[in-house]
Write a protein that binds this ligand. Structure first.
Ligand SMILES: [Ca+2]
Length: 495
């Protein structure tokens, strides 16, 4: 016993000396040795639902969004970020796996991404495998009609909460008598004098705050996903958010009719009539603004807690919306188009190690979030990823990472488990939006659209048949073909 002890002493001493030497070296380099295991940054991953680019920090001065604006001041705002498909499930599956809807073979609401790709590694799964604690509060994966999955349990270190329900089930929870609504109730509008916690998003912020307090106690870095359900319908923000806006001054879309020369495939059945539905459109836009300000306030509560806990210095924040929506624009009400208003999304990345308060006009895709966060966490990403790390844009916002961004939408717009008949593939280049409607089985193009954002940012005239644009079409068609890459989708689907 004593011999063994004697023989270990020099080794222990040598080890202690070596440790001390490393400690001194790290101090000299300005690195905290106590935090060596936690050197990787935490990630606060904030998703919002159906938020188009309608925020004060995006130049929409009628919107009251001080907390998201504050995030923009702390990080890099992506002026031209695009979703991969303009509806919840495919867009979110794409963000979380870093793969395009065609590769995942997910284009509808019921199909879970693991049906065709059971072994795919989601972003939180990757981080978990690299020592992170991953937690989900709220809607991150799709929220309904996937009862066998109810989110993606393999992604998280602990069961998700408030992640799986219908939007319609978000009824006010109050003590005592329910205050009356002052909204018409059309399309789910609701305006009651209730507290923030009466609805999902207020309670999600409260749960996220609790989660942060617990995560602060842990030694391992964390990935906390906070998925807000607003500003998706129903527009039921508490009254104080409705009262931030005067109904008569709520802007409604300028173009309540479809673009000139638009193919029918580009539209949906969710139409509005400019004359008949004007009051409803105004109320919906009012309710949407109230919902934006409501979710903005909840985001502020969560970020304030991050600051209060002194976690901000080592926490990356990613903020994104899954897609936009029309609310009257082009005479359409909801989503599942590839128009700019639907494809273009707000996106902000805050990285403590990069300069704050920057904007970049580089074209990016939500698909790029996964490789960007893996890069910021210094983790080798899996080979499945189809996006690019945007860290070069955090370093130099004047750079470009890709020539076009691709958004797609099937027809019928909700295929419900069946193969799409037609797929609309739409690329956004620096100047144009170019769209091809292809027969999904044969690839034959049945209709095309071209919008020149240089003089028509509202996409009011499809100029694809105008002779003065002929010279642009071959190049745009090639760029679209390059990014669609159907062969790759087939080969990966054999996995
Ligand atoms: Ca959505």
């Amino acid at each position: 016993m004593s011999d063994r002890l004697a023989s270990t002493r020099p080794t222990d001493e040598a080890f202690a000396m070596a440790r001390f030497f490393v400690f001194v070296c790290l101090l000299t380099l300005g690195v905290s040795p106590l935090g060596m295991a936690a050197q990787r940054p935490n990630v606060l991953f904030i998703a919002v639902d159906d938020m188009k680019v309608e925020l004060n920090c995006y130049g929409q001065t009628h919107v009251i969004s001080p907390n998201i604006d504050r995030l923009a001041k702390r990080g890099t705002l992506f002026e031209r970020a695009y979703c991969q498909q303009s509806v919840c499930n495919p867009s979110r599956a794409s963000v979380m796996t870093g793969m395009r809807p065609d590769t995942l073979r997910v284009w509808d609401l019921p199909t879970h991404f693991r049906v065709n790709h059971p072994k795919v590694v989601t972003l939180p799964q990757l981080l978990r495998a690299n020592g992170y604690y991953a937690q989900c509060v709220g809607k991150i994966f799709h929220n309904w009609r996937q009862d066998d999955w109810r989110g993606d349990p393999a992604s998280w270190s602990t069961p998700s909460v408030m992640n799986y329900a219908t939007h319609g089930a978000d009824k006010p929870q109050v003590n005592g008598e329910l205050p009356p609504s002052q909204a018409s109730g059309r399309r789910g509008t609701e305006n009651r004098d209730v507290a923030d916690d009466a609805y999902y998003d207020g309670r999600i912020a409260t749960l996220a705050i609790d989660a942060l307090r617990n995560l602060k106690q842990r030694k391992d870095p964390f990935f906390l996903a906070v998925g807000f359900w607003k500003p998706h319908l129903p527009f039921n923000a508490p009254r104080k958010y409705w009262e931030m806006y005067e109904r008569a001054k709520v802007p409604i879309p300028n173009r309540l009719t479809p673009p000139i020369d638009v193919p029918e495939l580009a539209l949906t059945k969710d139409r509005v009539n400019a004359k008949r539905d004007l009051e409803m459109i105004r109320e919906l836009n009012h309710g949407h603004l109230a919902a934006i300000s409501y979710v903005d306030a909840q985001i502020g509560r969560v970020v304030d807690e991050l600051d209060r806990l002194d976690l901000s210095g080592n926490t990356v924040i990613a903020f994104w919306s899954d897609h936009g929506l029309h609310l009257g624009e082009h005479g359409l009400l909801r989503k599942t188009t590839v128009f700019e208003v639907d494809a273009h999304v707000p996106m902000i990345v805050v990285s403590p190690n990069h300069k704050p308060g920057r904007q970049t006009s580089a074209l990016v895709e939500l698909l790029d979030i996964y490789p960007t966060l893996a890069d910021l966490c210094d983790i080798m990403p899996p080979g499945q990823l189809e996006g690019r790390s945007l860290v070069p844009l955090l370093v130099d916002p004047t750079k470009a990472v890709k020539p076009v961004a691709l958004t797609q939408t099937p027809r019928p717009n909700y295929p419900r488990g069946k193969m799409p008949k037609t797929m609309g593939y739409s690329i956004r280049s620096a100047r144009f939006r170019y769209t091809e409607w292809r027969d999904f089985a044969t690839g034959k193009v049945s209709a095309r659209e071209l919008y020149d954002h240089r003089n028509d940012p509202g996409e009011t005239v499809n100029v694809v048949s105008q002779p003065n644009y002929d010279s642009f079409l071959p190049g745009l068609a090639k760029q679209l073909a390059d990014v669609v890459r159907r062969k790759r989708s087939r080969s990966i689907s054999q996995q």
